[in-house]
Design a protein around this ligand. Structure first.
Ligand code: ARG
Length: 465
């Protein structure tokens, strides 16, 4: 067995008499997923070189050589020319190996002073997720834009509103579509809050106890563009709240996408027929030539399970974990990278699906032709005449029963025969337009209230552009 020696992609070795067994090395290795951190690790290395210079631990020429070396490594990562080698334990070891190949041991071996992979990896992951959160924000803004365009088109078209998947009360189609914008606006605000909480630099925390070399964490935080530096060096290296919270947000977005997806599937059924799916965002069947399936919406619904699983993986890994760093923490990365990849596949496809939907307002509107969904209007009319709602509900219910028994619509019932309080004028309450118009309050479904709602959503969206 080979003797343990620092180098060959690992950052330790002096105290070992043997190199890791193959099974140990395989288990330990993380380059197949943490390579995504490489650009951030290099950025952070450059900031750390600056910290060493400020502390008088590097002279100007050595600092310049290190910085130039890091620039070259960055270019090689960027072009794909540099890849992790078989012997590299992780991204940090691989990058140091390459840096030393370029600038030599004496220069390259100085960068690690006062720095541990513990503060390093926590810093890299924050930087990566902060970047990704901007990309997700932009993709969510696009999706909301597509939803708003559809909602605006149909802001005044009546459609049945549902509870328990049964006709409940009439609303407008724009209101139905607009209801999907609000959850995503909340997700955008969650991402923004998260960005503020996550903009904390762990650099300078070392392995756990801080650094003893006079490196100023506050200056490095500023150098890296973080809003602030850590308050407790132990917490700094083990805090993964930012990962769990990010995964909660992606899971929540997934749940919102799943509900939108489910509704698109429902609307596209022959039974509903509220929308036509565009060819570009549907798929066919291998056996039934006529089929056109809403697979983008179904995959959005299905992949939400994966996003929830990623959150649960990380919370489970964190639960009961001793302080400070433990290798368990390496298991934070694959779930969060999976969540990012999943979400960034789904979001553009859902935006395209929504943008290309062709609504059929005449079909949706036909669903309001049944008078039963106006029974609340009849009860409200009686309330306006001074009747207690409990009694009005009962009277209106009897009118519905009379309609069912006679096989007629609610407005065709002999209303005064149901109850003397129902004068012939009560029939005026039994119109979809009246039901919509009565709800002009903020957030209501009257066409002008929906128009205001959509305008406000557009304005809210602007702040995330
Ligand atoms: N690959 C490790 C991780 O992702 C880097 C930190 C290793 N730290 C250590 N003490 N072994 O967490």
């Amino acid at each position: 067995m080979a003797e343990g020696r620092t180098g060959q992609g690992s950052l330790w070795g002096g105290r070992f008499g043997a190199a890791p067994a193959a099974a140990m090395a395989q288990l330990s290795k993380s380059t197949h997923f943490d390579w995504a951190l490489a650009p951030y690790d290099i950025r952070q290395g450059t900031a750390h070189a600056n910290a060493l210079l400020r502390a008088g631990l590097l002279d100007e020429p050595t600092h310049a050589a290190l910085t130039a070396g890091l620039e070259q490594v960055a270019a090689e990562v960027d072009s794909g020319q540099l890849q992790p080698a078989e012997a590299d334990e992780d991204v940090h070891g691989a990058l140091e190996r390459r840096l030393i190949e370029i600038v030599g041991q004496d220069v390259g071996g100085r960068l690690r002073a006062g720095r541990s992979r513990n503060d390093q990896v926590a810093t890299d992951l924050r930087l990566l997720l902060l970047d990704v959160s901007n990309a997700v924000t932009a993709e969510l803004v696009d999706l909301c834009g597509a939803l708003l365009t559809q909602a605006e088109r149909h802001h005044a078209d009546p459609a049945p509103g549902f509870t328990h998947l049964q006709h409940a009360q009439p609303v407008t189609l724009g209101h139905e579509i607009g209801k999907h914008v609000q959850p995503f606006l909340r997700d955008l605000s969650r991402l923004r809050d998260w960005q503020q909480r996550t903009s904390v630099s762990p650099m300078g925390a070392g392995a756990l106890a801080g650094n003893g070399l006079g490196l100023d964490p506050v200056a490095t935080a500023a150098d890296l563009g973080f809003s602030r530096s850590f308050e407790n060096s132990i917490d700094a290296v083990v805090d993964r709240d930012f990962v769990a919270e990010f995964l909660f947000i992606t899971a929540m977005i997934g749940v919102h996408l799943s509900r939108l997806g489910e509704e698109i599937c429902l609307w596209a059924t022959s039974e509903f027929g509220w929308v036509y799916l565009h060819d570009e965002f549907s798929t066919g069947s291998s056996i039934m030539p006529q089929k056109k399936n809403p697979d983008s919406a179904e995959l959005a619904r299905g992949k939400s399970g994966r996003l929830i699983g990623d959150l649960v993986s990380v919370l489970t890994m964190l639960k009961g974990l001793p302080f400070a760093y433990n290798r368990d923490l390496q298991e934070d990365k694959e779930p969060v990278f999976d969540a990012i990849a999943t979400l960034r596949l789904v979001l553009p496809a859902m935006t395209g699906t929504v943008a290309t939907l062709r609504f059929r307002p005449e079909v949706a509107g036909a669903g309001t032709a049944d008078g039963h969904s106006l029974a609340t209007e009849l009860a409200d009319w009686l309330v306006r005449q001074g009747m207690p709602f409990r009694q009005a509900h009962e009277v209106s219910g009897r009118a519905v029963k009379a309609a069912d028994e006679a096989g007629v619509q609610l407005w065709e019932v002999d209303l005064p025969a149901v109850d003397p309080a129902l004068t012939p004028r009560a029939v005026e309450a039994l119109s979809v337009d009246a039901a919509l118009a009565a709800r002009g309050h903020p957030g209501g479904t009257a066409p002008e209230a929906v128009a205001r709602q959509l305008k406000q959503a557009r304005e809210a969206l602007e702040q995330y552009r």
